[in-house]
Design a protein around this ligand. Structure first.
Ligand code: PGA
Length: 248
């Protein structure tokens, strides 16, 4: 299976012109790569422009967030149906910067699937305690996300393990720690939904992924890809990172 590389642009870049340049550069590089598939989550205001001009199939687009409303009377809200209509195929849910509550994981995942977006759901602890209570937090996040879904719907969900304390830092969680958490998440999924469902679900790691650590993270069994924040918004850095990922 290809490595899934999520480029979470957050609020970058600051103009549509720069967004086009970053996308063009990324798209051209990815076009020649066989071992990676890229999902770009640009700011909402750029998705329609970028997606409508793209005819390839190596890059997919993601909403950075969706709202919990299905009706049309909430000022400023954007629905999964709207994102889908402008070319998004994925949406991020539960990112620590998005303000999503535990219950939002359930509602948003349900709505994303209802309207045909593949959810990439972020789970992860804010702090680690020596007693290991953070594992219970992650288990709760997984279970509430999947609460309203059938086994058939669960298959498509992507979980991204992203410890909040590792976002925007100089170092990621070490590969031993990433492996432990991937195994833990897979174990929770196996216990709740059985091995055949759990095996098909993709698990990513996020939090300070960069050129220097992406290979060792992608080599971990049970890790199907990575979420990249800062390193995805500099075109030269991101393309170098993709080249490394393509060889991992
Ligand atoms: P970072 O961000 O790669 O800059 O740590 C990751 C994220 O927020 O998903």
């Amino acid at each position: 299976m290809k490595h899934l590389i999520l480029a979470n642009w957050k609020m970058s870049p600051s103009s549509i012109k720069e967004a086009r340049e970053l996308f063009e550069y990324t798209k051209t590089a990815v076009g020649k790569m066989r071992a990676v598939s890229v999902v770009i989550a640009p700011p909402a205001v750029y998705i329609a422009t970028l997606a409508s001009a793209y005819k390839g199939n190596k890059v997919a687009f993601s909403a950075q967030s969706i709202d919990t409303y299905e009706d049309v009377i909430h000022t400023g809200a954007l629905s999964p149906k709207q994102y889908k209509s402008v070319g998004a195929e994925y949406c991020l849910i539960g990112h620590s910067e998005s303000g999503d509550t535990l219950d939002d994981l359930r509602v948003k995942t349900f709505l994303a699937i209802k309207y045909g977006l593949t959810p990439i759901v972020f789970v992860g602890e804010s702090v680690r305690d020596v007693a290991g209570h953070y594992l219970t937090t992650i288990r709760e996040q997984i279970l509430i996300t999947l609460k309203e879904l059938s086994a058939g719907q669960i298959n498509d969900i992507v979980f991204c393990y992203e410890p909040v304390w590792a976002v925007g830092q100089s170092e990621a969680l070490d590969s031993y720690g990433v492996h432990q958490m991937a195994l833990y998440i897979r174990k929770v999924l196996v216990e709740e939904y059985g091995a055949s469902v759990a095996r098909k679900m993709r698990i990513l790691y996020g939090g300070s992924v960069k050129i220097g650590n992406i290979s060792e993270i992608l080599e971990i069994e049970d890790i199907d890809g990575v979420a990249v924040g800062r390193a995805s918004t500099d075109k030269d850095v991101f393309v170098k990172l993709l080249r490394v990922a393509n060889k991992a």
